[in-house]
Write a protein that binds this ligand. Sequence first.
Ligand SMILES: [Zn+2]
Length: 282
Amino acid sequence: MALEIKILDYGDIELETSFLVLGHECGRVRRVPVYGFLILGGQYPIVVDTGYRDNAIMESLGMRGLQFHENMIENQLAKHGVKMGDVRYVVHTHLHIDHAGKDDLFPMNTTVVLNRKELECSVSGLMHPQYPQPDIKHLIDRLHTQDALRFMDLEITGHEELMPGVWCEPANAHTEGSANVIVETAEGRACICGDVIYNFNDQIVNQVRQTQYMEPQVTGNHAGSKRSEKGAIKKLLNEFDFLLPVHDKPAKIEHGRITARLEQQVPGPIVESLPRRDWFPV
Ligand SMILES: [Zn+2]
């Protein structure tokens, strides 16, 4: 059986539009999804990112959480016949408030996989409020429990395998320790790219406030340089057949262009094909 990625719907959040895309509609609120990913068809199930702890914790960032019963991680996994204890690895693209909120619901023998640099950043005080106390404290408990945590050193290793057909690479964007998770599917190489891209349309298809041809726009929330954000986005478009960010529907990529959108799974049904003028904007 070939590897497949199922979308887990952890509920929406409401936040300011300029947080998503630099300088875009300051003061306007936008509602976006928070996704996780379940990789099936391999040696064991792997989950990528676990969403936010609860609606209250999003208030600490001045955002609104819209998480309901059906969005609970155990219910999202159950839709695919997977129980929490079946999951071998929980991997994180990064540790922000909306990505690592449910790790403590997994048993300690489900190993959480992190880029070491991301845990370092989460306790450094840099971007402090985005790394909430209960989530990070739980990871420190795992640090002191046999086999409960696995570190990667992606800046040095370049890539690390989780199982045949699934590996991580450094994202070199969004946070200092962000990782991409790559899955070899029957229809090409898919990359779960965390928050390197928040919004395909506003950043890549009809880029907000960009006058240069094919220039990606950056998000309104990143720890490094704008050059590294733009380069990281272009690298994703160059290297992969599918991109799966956490706050937008997956995209199909052909020759460096977004040609279609998917919803439930990758590979999976196309829900929207982009007109050719959007591949080659004039
Ligand atoms: Zn996020």
